[in-house]
Design a protein around this ligand. Structure first.
Ligand code: ADE
Ligand code: ZN
Length: 325
């Protein structure tokens, strides 16, 4: 049960992968709609497969499940379901990732992906009062050339896309591999985020700051091993979008009780709490707040600080300035 204070706390969610919000029920519904074979006989066994040894174990399963998304209606339904769930968690603003390369490979045209998600965002603003925005992510196990091609592909939507990011397999794919992608994205006016210091080392966070100069770091938990880096993140007020349940599920940390979130808050970092890929890791944003409240003993003032941080770290000026709490 979610604590009443958390349930009603207005919050922004800044780190959630739309393709990672696919609940097993919708997975099977879309597999039926699109006649896609799944390796699991039923919903229960699919859910049972959501136990991971790490990021590299999780990613192929994520991509396989995402293969059921084939047409525009699928993307609309996915985004609508997440936005409905997020609004129920008190999320007022959400900046959602979509990893378009997975779907381009499967033959889904870019317009079918983006137009439908933007339509769901628009409808949710009217119907649910939640303010959504789209961040296009590329995958770091692919080439920088492929990422630069994505920037060209999304150009017709430039004014309606908030930013770009980078996810997928971190180790062995350091930030510097994508230096030109970040320079090009910034030149086109996009806000920028980068997954760094999830299962990669603190040095990747430093390299990301030096070479990619992102507006936010996604995860960044590895920075706790490096006091000088912590000082820099604090002094430069770089937001970190931390995903506690994800970090436990992917064994980035040994347990929730051992999660460094409390230390990151104590170090004065602009830390936020987010869900990453909720059905895969055991919960939506409020479940993540609840987990850190329970296992790290965070009091209401700290929980409110985390929620306030989420608006401060938003890419939308109105939310940054507004005093939601
Ligand atoms: N894509 C979806 N979830 C991810 C994660 N936790 N790390 C990197 N890429 C991702
Ligand atoms: Zn992520």
């Amino acid at each position: 049960m979610t604590d009443a204070f958390i349930a009603t706390l207005p919050k922004a969610e800044l780190h959630v992968h739309l393709e990672g919000t696919l609940e097993p029920e919708m997975l099977f519904a879309l597999a039926g709609r699109n006649r896609v074979e799944l390796p699991w006989p039923d919903i229960g066994q699919a859910r049972a497969a959501y136990t991971f040894t790490g990021l590299e174990h999780f990613l192929p399963l994520l991509f396989q499940a995402a293969s059921v998304l084939r047409g525009g209606q699928d993307f609309y339904d996915l985004a609508h379901a997440y936005l409905t769930r997020a609004a129920a968690d008190g999320v007022r603003r959400t900046e959602m990732f979509l990893g378009v390369q997975t779907f381009l490979d499967a033959g889904v045209p870019i317009a079918e992906q983006i137009d439908t998600v933007l339509a769901a965002i628009s409808d949710a603003r009217t119907d649910l009062g939640i303010d959504g925005a789209l961040i296009i992510t590329c995958q770091r196990h692919r080439s920088q050339t492929a990422a630069l091609e994505v920037l060209d592909l999304i150009e017709p939507w430039r004014d309606r896309i908030l930013g770009i990011g980078l996810g997928a397999a971190e180790r062995g794919n350091p930030p510097a591999k994508f230096a030109d992608y970040y320079t090009a994205a910034r030149a086109r006016g996009y806000r920028t985020t980068i997954h760094a210091g999830e299962d990669g080392p603190a040095d990747y966070v430093r390299e990301a700051l030096d070479v990619c100069r992102p507006d936010r770091i996604d995860h960044g938990v590895a920075a706790v091993t490096d006091p000088a880096l912590l000082g820099r993140l604090r002094d430069e007020a770089i937001p970190l979008t931390v995903c506690p349940l994800s970090n436990v599920a992917l064994r980035v940390v040994p347990s929730m009780a051992a999660h460094p979130l409390r230390a990151m808050v104590a170090a004065g970092l602009l830390v936020t709490v987010n869900s990453d890929d909720p059905p895969y890791f055991g919960g939506y944003v409020n479940d993540n707040y609840e987990a850190v409240r329970t296992h790290l003993g965070l009091d209401r003032a700290t929980l409110a600080t985390l929620a306030r941080n989420s608006f401060r770290a938003s890419f939308d000026d109105q939310h940054r300035i507004a005093t939601h709490i």
